[in-house]
Ligand binder design. Structure first.
Ligand code: UDP
Length: 328
């Protein structure tokens, strides 16, 4: 059976990937330093003979015993609050961490897929975003530590492909949601649902006219799996092109949760992209993939999961950091 290493395994996407590769019959090695990951996301895999967990920081060094067929690099903080709190680790994991994993892939003759992001497009001047667009990123803004590290990751990955002939894949992930998202990391969906559950007002940043396009996690995982299995080394957008303004999104969450709270407006964070929508023509053509889960269905499943979280998690420390973030 193929063996796959998944970094960021205890995170939102990493843990769903572990499930998917185990379901495919593969042996999964999950790695995480738990700086933003949560072992609760992997609890159901403990004791599964197809799964092994390594607590390790890939930015320092990566050693894995035995053979490896695939590596998926999904370790990285992934929300603006995290970038502010742990900017250096954010930079390191996608630069030094990527370098270590590319070296490991070379050594093991493994195929590697790295998780890039729509953030490489920055605040985009081209809409919707095609893979050919080079982006509009502020390197020294609050998102710079994430955006530039991911751009470096892509450059490094391409260099290993062209120079060493390594089998590489680059996925550019757009906004994704679903069960196991961190409740209080400041992302808009957990923010709104958390506020609704706590009986607080929903905070819209700016006037709410900025747009995002939200993809349900199962669709994203399917796209990533397909990309890993085809022979295509340039970046591919995976996301749901159905675009919505943050105001409309707040309305949907109010309806979904039945909250009687109102919407309040806060200043728009610095360099917050005004619009975002993936052009998924490439994914359609190369992977025969497109999202299947409509937002009403995905939001329902996600809300059901959030509702089952233990009450104390609603008020964790991250929530207080979130308050500080909003004031900045
Ligand atoms: N946002 C908001 N209220 C919140 C949290 C986020 O209006 O409580 C906005 C945020 O400013 C951004 C959008 O929602 O315009 C999506 O934010 P998120 O952090 O989820 O993703 P990203 O900005 O990285 O796409």
């Amino acid at each position: 059976m193929p063996r796959v290493l998944i970094t960021g395994a205890a995170g939102f996407l990493g843990s769903h990937l572990c499930d998917r590769f185990i379901a495919e019959g593969m042996d999964v090695l999950g790695m995480d330093n738990l700086i933003t990951g949560n072992m609760a996301n992997l609890e159901h895999l403990m004791g599964n003979s197809k799964f092994t967990f390594f607590n390790n920081d890939v930015s320092n060094f990566v050693h894995v015993p035995g053979e490896l067929d695939y590596i998926l690099h999904f370790a990285s903080p992934a929300s603006p609050i995290d970038y502010l709190k742990i900017p250096i680790q954010t930079l390191k994991v996608s630069s030094l961490g990527t370098h270590n994993l590319l070296g490991l892939a070379l050594n093991k003759k493994a195929r590697i897929l790295v998780a890039s992001t729509s953030e490489v497009y920055g605040d985009p001047l081209v809409h919707p975003q095609t893979e050919e667009y080079w982006g509009n990123v502020n390197p020294v803004g609050p998102r710079g530590v994430y955006d530039e590290a991911k751009r470096f990751m892509e450059a490094m990955t391409m260099a290993y492909h062209t120079y060493h002939g390594l089998e590489t894949r680059i996925v550019r992930i757009f906004n994704t949601y679903g069960p196991r998202m961190r409740l209080n990391d400041g992302r808009v969906l957990p923010a709104f649902i958390g506020q609704a559950l706590r009986g607080e007002d929903l905070t819209i940043f700016g006037d709410g006219s900025q747009t995002r396009s939200f993809c349900y996690v199962d669709d994203l995982i399917e796209g990533i799996y397909r990309l890993l299995m085809v022979d295509y080394t340039k970046p591919v957008n995976i996301g749901n092109p159905h675009e919505i303004s943050i105001s409309e999104f707040a309305e949907e969450i109010i309806k979904l949760t039945g909250t009687t709270q109102k919407v309040v407006y806060q200043p728009l964070p610095v360099n917050d992209p005004m619009q975002r929508q993936p052009d998924i023509s490439k994914a359609k053509e190369i992977l025969d993939w497109e999202p299947k889960v409509i937002r009403a269905e995905g939001l329902e499943k996600t809300y059901e999961w959030f509702k089952k979280l233990p009450g104390d998690r609603l008020y964790r420390k991250e929530h207080r950091d979130f308050e500080a973030y909003k004031r900045n």
